[in-house]
Design a protein around this ligand. Sequence first.
Ligand code: DC
Length: 232
Amino acid sequence: MTFSVAIDGPSGAGKSTIARAVARRTGALYLDTGAMYRAVGLYALERGVDPADAEKVAALAPDADVKVGYEAGLQRVYLGGRDVSEEIRRPEVSAAASKVSAVPEVRVRMVEMQRAIAKGHSVVMDGRDIGTCVLPDATLKVFLVAAPAVRAARRFRELRSVGAPDTYLEVLEAILKRDRDDSTRAASPLRKAEDAVEVDASDLTADEAVREVLKLLSGRIGPVAPEGGEAR
Ligand code: DC
């Protein structure tokens, strides 16, 4: 029997770490949908198009050759055949992704691709609109939240470890702005699906959050994963 898990929530709540671990523990395919919007954001930047110019971004969307692949079980994202999995993590690409993801033409294409990737597999997908739009019949919908200060501290540590110069306050401000933009846009704003279970990860370790999601999934479809194993 195949199943699908939708994990939505604001940026930095730990969705990808948790979704990836749940997929690994259950043998499902993991799809980080944010990476696809990031690739479109990068494409706009590379083509010299202002990501905030909705009309130009809509015109550009059909040319963005975004593909998802898996290498050694890890998701990679390709733009025009080039592996951009690392590049799309840059802060300016995050900002561009947030802007292009508000453009309906971009969303329609991405949602179509995401549903095609999910077809016939058990999947764990993370994003903003998985439970509300991409997989409305998901076996389990989780809305993962964490306090802004917790999310900012985590992101700040990540950025510092790669030598980025951003201060904690700058990171916090960027997170609050993205929350605002993601939840107030007209096209598929970030919101909790009515049948989603809210999990607050502020005081949970990644392993605890993974266990919580696995427990919720077991409640729907019976035992899903052996004991042991850590979130990566
Ligand atoms: O999860 P992330 O930070 O990698 O997402 C990048 C941007 O893409 C973020 O601003 C929200 C947007 N996004 C979206 O609109 N819908 C999704 N399913 C996933 C991400």
